[in-house]
Design a protein around this ligand. Structure first.
Ligand SMILES: [Zn+2]
Length: 399
């Protein structure tokens, strides 16, 4: 990203430098050349003569959030190279207004998502860092029919259909050569068919050989088991349709050091046409699966399956809390856990001098109520303000 960022001083804030650490009160975060230069107690002093001072009194600052399960496959992102910049900016703000500085797209049209990313990275529009798997791998004939895409409001995207080991190897390498940042497997398809174990293993081996992660979409516990046997890294959903996860499955997830993206609110959305009792039962099963995984101390990456659900993640935070996730656990899923799993460096998810200045500034305290995680005043990526709450005006910015 071009460095359009001004040096910043975020003053008088409460800073959650890392999950589980005591908050630093009356603290300033100083940003120079897109990086955190200092996190210092006390406020009021002008740190650099030309820094833009943002009065953050009453605010709470965390590291920038990750949403590790999004899709840029809604019609609104189609022909991303040609969307007028002002409109594209407004669409991206649907993400950045909730504090997301990084997102992982788990299946969409690779070239289109790359075009979207390019417009952000070139500096034409402000947006989050985007990583993408491109078109996910699915069994032959597993791509849903066009009318399903249309009914769901999605671009009609040809998924990567693979039927055997050679096609899985070839397609995986093709995607990675074309610039995909990871590989997505649909273990089974609602349209019928599943990826055979040797096919999944082949894709995993090709991805790991290139140093890339593999995410899997499972539809039930059997899919989770098969995917773990194949060596996948991240389970991209809970699977409430198959009821409670038993101890054997949880032990298998643990022994494979898999990470889980719970996507709890998506179940409520998908069943919105069903009887309340049916919907509530399914959500309760998903919440229970997360609760069991948390009890195992399992790694959780925050993600909503955005594109299938509303952009407001508030309900996901509430459901995670209902599963027993504490504020530090939810903050870890938004920051340090994805930094560790995706960037290989847990410290990138913390507020430390030397780090890229990816920060989320909240208007109220998320430790008191996780709903505050949506009260975003500023979203800052590499020192650039990519979202500012309309009513909050920086103190020394022209009126
Ligand atoms: Zn998804």
């Amino acid at each position: 990203m071009p460095n359009r960022a001004r040096d910043l001083a975020l003053t008088d804030a409460t800073v959650y430098a890392a999950p589980g650490e005591e908050p630093l009160r009356d603290t300033a975060v100083l940003i120079r050349d897109g990086r955190i230069e200092d996190v210092r107690a006390g406020a009021g002093e002008q740190p650099f003569t030309d820094a833009l001072v943002l009065d953050c009194s009453g605010c709470h600052i965390t590291a920038g959030f990750w949403n590790a399960h999004v899709h840029f496959h809604e019609r609104k992102w189609a022909d991303a190279a040609a969307i007028p910049a002002s409109e594209l900016q407004r669409q991206l703000e649907e993400l950045t207004r909730f504090g997301f500085t990084s997102v992982f797209d788990l299946s969409s049209a690779l070239s289109n998502t790359q075009a979207l990313r390019e417009r952000i990275e070139s500096g034409e529009v402000r947006g989050p860092r985007i990583l993408t798997t491109g078109e996910g791998l699915i069994s032959a004939g597993g791509t849903p029919p066009p009318e399903v895409f249309r009914a769901l409001g999605l671009m009609e995207t040809a998924l990567s259909e693979v039927s055997n080991v050679p096609s899985a190897r070839a397609r995986t390498r093709e995607l990675l050569d074309a610039g995909a940042d990871a590989v997505k497997l649909f273990a089974s398809s609602p349209a019928g068919g599943r990826l055979e174990p040797d096919v999944m293993r082949t894709a995993v081996e090709a991805a790991h050989a290139a140093g890339k992660l593999v995410f899997v979409h499972p539809n039930d516990a059997a899919d989770v088991r098969a995917a773990l046997d194949s060596g996948v890294d991240v389970i991209a959903h809970t699977t409430p349709r198959s009821g409670a996860w038993d101890d054997a499955l949880l032990a298998q997830m643990e022994s494979r050091t898999a990470a889980l993206i719970p996507t709890l609110m998506v179940w409520k959305g998908l069943l919105r046409h069903d009887r309340i009792s049916v919907r509530e039962g399914l959500v309760a099963d998903a919440v229970d699966q997360l609760a069991r995984w948390l009890a195992c101390d399992g790694c959780v990456l925050f993600g909503t399956d955005l594109g299938a659900v509303d952009y407001d993640p508030g309900e996901e935070y509430a459901l995670m809390a209902a599963a027993g996730a504490t504020f530090p656990a939810i903050l870890a899923s938004l920051t340090t856990a994805p930094a560790q799993r995706i960037d290989g460096d847990v410290r990138r998810g913390e507020i430390r001098a030397g780090n890229p200045a990816n920060l989320t500034v909240l208007a109220s305290d998320p430790a008191a109520d996780v709903a505050a995680l949506t009260s975003v005043r500023y979203t800052i990526r590499a020192g650039e303000i990519i979202y500012a709450e309309p009513t909050g005006r920086p103190t020394n910015q022209p009126e």
